[in-house]
Design a protein around this ligand. Structure first.
Ligand code: PAF
Length: 286
């Protein structure tokens, strides 16, 4: 017999009532914010959440605030039935799946959490407003669920950086936990957007991880120049005709600002287009 899917709360009041009862019974709560289209990467976040708290809430909400006008909001894959099936038997207490009207009853809200200058570099450079929209919905979700811990994936390193900074800056009483990127056997980081790739693009997309690994190996052999490490990533990406490099970065992991030399914790990251499909990946150094 297949396990039953977790219950779904579609309203803020419904979710709060449920979680208030759990908290009154002394139980802790973990939140895994997602936009659905769940894959093994999300399930690793759910498993971590289940290990960290008594109750696991998975939110599934494709947040219009974080998509630009020419981005894939309308075609972003949505399949709640498949997502609930994927979450069955994973120890999820409740799935929070609100409508856009439930989250934004008066339409797009003017109040936004600003990601500041870091929201305008790397992914933010080609996605204006994306990180403000992301932080705004994460702040709302944290205030709705008031979890003890919220779990995010390392693949979205800039998102993790900004969420951690928001929680610190605004004294949000939720701990942020980060789970390592889950990869396909050929190295491609799992992402809901991989579903958009043609078979040829899917094969070519392994170049992201190959470029990161090449730069990491160069660094392990003693290369500390930021330009040399960025150059190595560009060199490997250029070997793949279907890949169009948007950016490569070798940044200070504590600021996300580009480094001249790697002398402390650093983050290699990149964004690459395959046709209109934009993929990102990263590799921490040190
Ligand atoms: O990473 C995502 O899926 C989204 O940015 C998040 C954190 C669920 C906010 O919409």
């Amino acid at each position: 017999m297949s396990p039953t899917p977790p219950p779904v709360a579609t309203t803020i009041d419904g979710l709060r009532a449920r979680l208030d009862a759990e908290r009154a019974a002394g139980r802790t709560v973990a939140l895994v914010p997602t936009m659905g289209s769940l894959h093994e990467g999300h399930l690793a976040l759910v498993d971590r959440a289940a290990a960290l708290a008594d109750e696991v809430v998975v939110s599934i909400f494709v947040n219009p605030l974080q998509f630009g006008p020419s981005e894939d909001y309308d075609r972003y894959p949505r399949d709640l039935t498949a997502d609930l099936a994927a979450l069955s038997g994973r120890g999820v207490s409740v799935v929070f799946a609100p409508t856009v009207a439930e989250m934004y009853p008066s339409g797009p809200i003017d109040t936004r959490v600003s990601a500041g200058a870091v929201g305008e570099i790397l992914d933010g450079a080609s996605r204006p407003g994306h990180f403000d929209g992301m932080l705004t919905v994460v702040a709302k979700l944290l205030m709705i669920a008031t979890p003890d811990v919220a779990v995010f994936g390392e693949k979205d390193a800039q998102q993790v950086f900004l969420v951690q900074r928001m929680v610190a800056d605004l004294d949000v009483p939720t701990r942020i936990d980060v789970v390592e990127t889950v990869r396909a056997s050929d190295g491609l980081a799992l992402s809901s957007r991989n579903a958009y790739l043609s078979p040829e693009q899917r094969a070519a997309a392994t170049v992201l991880h190959r470029a990161l690994v090449a730069a990491r190996i160069l660094h392990e052999r003693g290369e500390a120049s930021g330009d040399a490490l960025r150059g190595e990533m560009r060199r490997v990406l250029a070997t793949e005709p279907l890949a169009r490099t948007e950016y490569v970065s070798c940044a200070d992991a504590r600021t996300l600002l580009e480094l001249e030399r790697v002398e402390g914790p650093a983050l290699l990251s990149l964004a690459v287009l395959f046709g209109t499909v934009r993929l990102i990946d990263n590799e921490p150094l040190g």
